[in-house]
Design a binder for this molecule. Structure first.
Ligand SMILES: N[C@@H](CCSC[C@H]1O[C@@H](n2cnc3c(=O)[nH]cnc32)[C@H](O)[C@@H]1O)C(=O)O
Ligand SMILES: [Zn+2]
Length: 425
């Protein structure tokens, strides 16, 4: 018996569409994609008529529980926003609040076609629990701020998170170390993070070169850019995901290419916090791996990856006065297969046999899907994320015809209403 068959579905595989096909899923992986019906019977069958099957979107950088602070403090630049609005509010967080905040973010992501996310936050045991229960895929890192009173404890928590969760359920959950940023992590603390990463074999996820101010301060203190300075400390030797990289020089990019620093590009957050526009076409030209992220929903203000894909495709065109700067297929790949590479999954992000079965069925019956000249262009320039009708992660159906199967939405709404009162007062 095959675990799951999706029948009569159009399948986006690389840049070609296979019409009226069958996707067979076994053991969390795609067994076969064929225009012939599988001979074996299936435990579960989904009818994909009128749908386009595409790889799930990969959110390479977020603080997912921050959906709780959506529309809480807006129209501020990064340091003002963090120091005067977000950090004081985060002081009120508890295990329970972060658990429900994570559920909220996961519900939002599944409903908008995201099947995998990379998170940096605290109370991460709660995040892991919500990921375990809901069935989404995630790479988790405990945010580590060396200047915070929690600095020592946070390192221990990140290590324990790694020991408990890294590799869980055939790598549905992975763990990295999360040094927060150069302005919250003194060199000595970074050295301790690197020593731990070597000790346990964990990769690193860090905010780097996000704002002009950050870069200027690091240059003032060390005479080097944040990328050059972190490279000298040895941060990139074990594998590193760098969020933002808005203000990087040509020399920085050479280091990033040489050390395989993988980039999480968060266009919406960078625009909203007025941080700037990352030189993504330039990074791609150098051969740097770039994926997309939403960042937290307090700086976005949602977790909708299709918006990031669209912005990645359009923003750089206007900056460079070049419509070819990031073509639709490149933007789509950054949202899927390149994002998977950023997170260290080499069998994720494209629908092909042998790949992990993280699949989204988009309803293509809406007016904005007609006519069907080019489905990648439809997804990048025309689709709504609410066209995501059915979502499969690691071979399990998590949303069927817009109904979440692993999340109790009514309960979630009630819990979020309670939490709203904690922050509103
Ligand atoms: N300082 C915390 C842990 C930090 S978690 C990661 C942090 O990143 C913050 N954050 C969210 N978005 C951004 C961003 O764009 N740049 C830098 N930090 C951010 C977020 O508010 C959160 O405090 C402790 O007490 O242990
Ligand atoms: Zn961030």
């Amino acid at each position: 018996m095959i675990d799951l068959v999706i029948q009569h579905v159009d399948v986006l595989s690389d840049d070609t569409v296979i019409r009226d096909a069958y996707i067979s899923v076994n053991g969390g992986h795609i067994a076969e994609i064929s225009t012939e019906a599988p001979k074996e019977a299936a435990k579960e069958t989904i009818d994909g008529k009128g749908m386009l099957a595409a790889p799930g979107l990969v959110n390479t950088h977020t603080h997912i529980a921050m959906g709780l602070l959506r529309n809480y403090a807006d129209d501020l630049e990064l340091m003002d926003w963090l120091e005067h609005a977000i950090w004081p509010a985060e002081a009120k967080l508890t295990d329970d609040i972060v658990y429900w905040g994570t559920q909220l973010g996961i519900a939002e992501m599944l409903r908008s076609g995201t099947t995998c996310f990379s998170d940096m936050y605290f109370f991460m045991e709660q995040t892991a629990k919500a990921v375990q229960e809901t069935g989404i895929r995630a790479v988790l890192s405990r945010g580590l701020a060396g200047v915070a009173p929690t600095a020592d404890k946070a390192l221990i928590e990140n290590k324990e998170l790694f020991t408990t969760w890294n590799g869980y359920d055939d790598n549905r959950i992975k763990v990295m170390l999360g040094p927060h940023a150069p302005y919250t992590c003194p060199d000595d603390y970074i050295r301790r993070v690197i020593a731990l990463s070597e000790d346990i074999g964990a990769e690193i996820h860090m905010h780097l070169s996000e704002t002009k101010g950050e870069v200027e301060n690091v240059i003032k203190q060390t005479g080097k850019t944040p990328i050059a300075h972190m490279n000298d400390l040895g941060l990139f030797d074990r594998g590193c995901v760098a969020a933002h990289c808005v203000h990087v020089t040509a020399e920085d990019m050479d280091i990033m290419r040489e050390k395989n620093v993988r980039v999480a590009h968060n266009p919406q957050s960078n625009l909203k916090l007025a941080s700037g526009i990352a030189p993504v076409p330039e990074m791609l030209a150098k051969g740097i791996t770039v994926g997309l992220g939403t960042d937290g929903s307090a700086s976005n203000n949602n977790a909708d990856m299709l918006e990031e894909v669209r912005l990645a495709a359009t923003l750089h065109k206007a900056r460079l006065y070049d419509p070819k700067a990031i073509p639709a297929q490149t933007a789509w790949n950054m949202g899927t297969i390149e994002g998977a590479r950023v997170l260290g999954y080499d069998d994720l992000g494209v629908l092909k046999s042998g790949q992990r079965a993280d699949i989204v069925l988009y309803n293509t019956t809406g007016m904005h899907w007609m006519p069907r000249y080019n489905d990648v262009a439809s997804l990048v320039y025309a689709a709504n994320s609410s066209d995501a009708d059915t979502v499969v992660v690691a071979g399990k159906v998590l949303m069927k015809h817009r109904e979440l199967l692993t999340i109790d939405e009514e309960r979630l709404r009630a819990e979020i209403a309670k939490i709203h009162n904690v922050f509103a007062n």
